[in-house]
Design a binder for this molecule. Structure first.
Ligand SMILES: Cc1cc2nc3c(=O)[nH]c(=O)nc-3n(C[C@H](O)[C@H](O)[C@H](O)COP(=O)(O)O)c2cc1C
Length: 335
């Protein structure tokens, strides 16, 4: 058996060689190749995400509990919920029906929901069309080897009013070399590079794909105002679940005022609750909305996020959490 990572999406796929070739049943929704398919093997970090999330149990604190308020502030603006729509790129190329634009449909859903929309690897022209839908945006740029390309994308993104960042976890390919995506070479990211980009941006700068205290501190020292604790749905074989390293990162960043987002297999509002209780300011959801988005468009995304908001609120009410600034990790019990 071999594992491949789709160079465009970062999705991990496991291939079984003949003669034992067999269809792998994916626990993830969505079309083949676009969504990580896990074999259940230990090297697939998604397996550990799920196990870690499912082994966190929650105590009840119902006396004096009231209906919670999910409103959350990011980068000086208020949103309806701490749930963000993750950067999922390339979607406008995958449907047979070319009249549909899932990237725009996702942005439309974010606008209607009043949540932040994250956009990943897209040409600047495509990116502008997506942002024109009117949602507030975080633009995540690839760690291109050509730094001018990064500066150019930062410039365009901030012209559109977006917050900007880099998915620092997309430096390596699966061959131990810098990755190449759509024929475009990626390169290493030094702390000095990050500092250069953060200083160049007139808007908050985000390091996406932080999975250690060491990188969190480097991102802070480089001037990043936010991080996403993430392994990009399993780019790193045997990657530690983001939720497992989150508390240590939160502690290390102390009162630095950095915004901490987290992603990785967050499929329900209950998962989101656990991430928020462990110290995240916000969560990103990618695969949780992907199938609905591709099959049915913005309405399915809106429905899913509203459902997740309800689940999150349900658990907040059960545990006496009145708003998204007052989560308490002590309600969590690790099985
Ligand atoms: C189809 C697809 C495309 C993605 N493209 C990007 C990208 O361009 N930039 C990026 O930072 N992350 C990208 N991601 C990673 C997601 O933003 C997110 O980190 C990851 O999927 C984990 O969240 P999830 O478990 O909720 O899906 C992509 C994910 C998927 C599934």
């Amino acid at each position: 058996m071999s594992k491949k990572i789709d160079s465009a999406t970062g999705a991990s796929r496991h291939n079984f060689d003949a003669p034992e070739e067999k269809e792998i049943k994916s626990p993830w929704p969505g079309p083949k190749g676009m969504i990580p398919v896990t074999s259940g093997q230990a090297e697939d970090a998604n397996v550990h995400n799920r196990a870690y999330l499912d082994n966190i149990l929650v105590e009840m604190r119902i006396i004096d509990a009231v209906e919670p308020n999910l409103e959350t502030e990011f980068f000086g603006k208020k949103y309806a919920s701490p749930i963000n729509l993750a950067a999922v790129s390339h979607l406008n190329k995958v449907l047979d029906d070319k009249s549909r634009k899932p990237m725009q449909e996702k942005a439309e859903a974010a606008k209607n929901l009043n949540v932040l929309n994250w956009i990943g690897m897209e040409e600047n022209s495509e990116y502008r069309d997506i942002v024109a839908e009117g949602s507030d945006t975080v633009r995540i740029i690839k760690p291109f080897a050509d730094h001018n390309r990064i500066f150019d994308e930062i410039k365009v993104a901030q012209e559109t009013g977006a917050v900007v960042g880099i998915d620092i976890d997309h430096v390596p390919g699966t061959n131990g070399k810098y990755d190449v995506v759509d024929g475009i070479e990626l390169g290493p990211i030094t702390q000095a590079d990050l500092a250069k980009y953060a200083a160049f941006a007139d808007v908050p700068f985000v390091a996406k794909g932080v999975l250690s205290v060491q990188d969190a501190l480097k991102a802070r020292d480089a001037g990043c105002q936010a991080i996403v604790v993430s392994h990009h749905h399993g780019r790193l074989p045997f990657g530690v679940p983001p939720l497992k390293v989150l508390p240590a990162i939160k502690k290390a960043l102390g009162n630095s005022q950095m915004t901490i987002f987290v992603d990785g297999s967050i499929m329900t509002g209950y998962d989101a609750y656990k991430a928020l209780a462990l110290g995240a300011d916000g969560v990103l959801i990618g695969r949780a909305i992907l199938r609905g988005l591709l099959d049915q468009g913005s309405e399915a995304v809106e429905e899913k996020v509203l459902k997740m908001n309800e689940e999150l609120a349900e658990m907040m009410l059960y545990t006496g959490v009145k708003n998204t600034a007052t989560f308490d990790p002590n309600v969590l019990h690790f099985n």
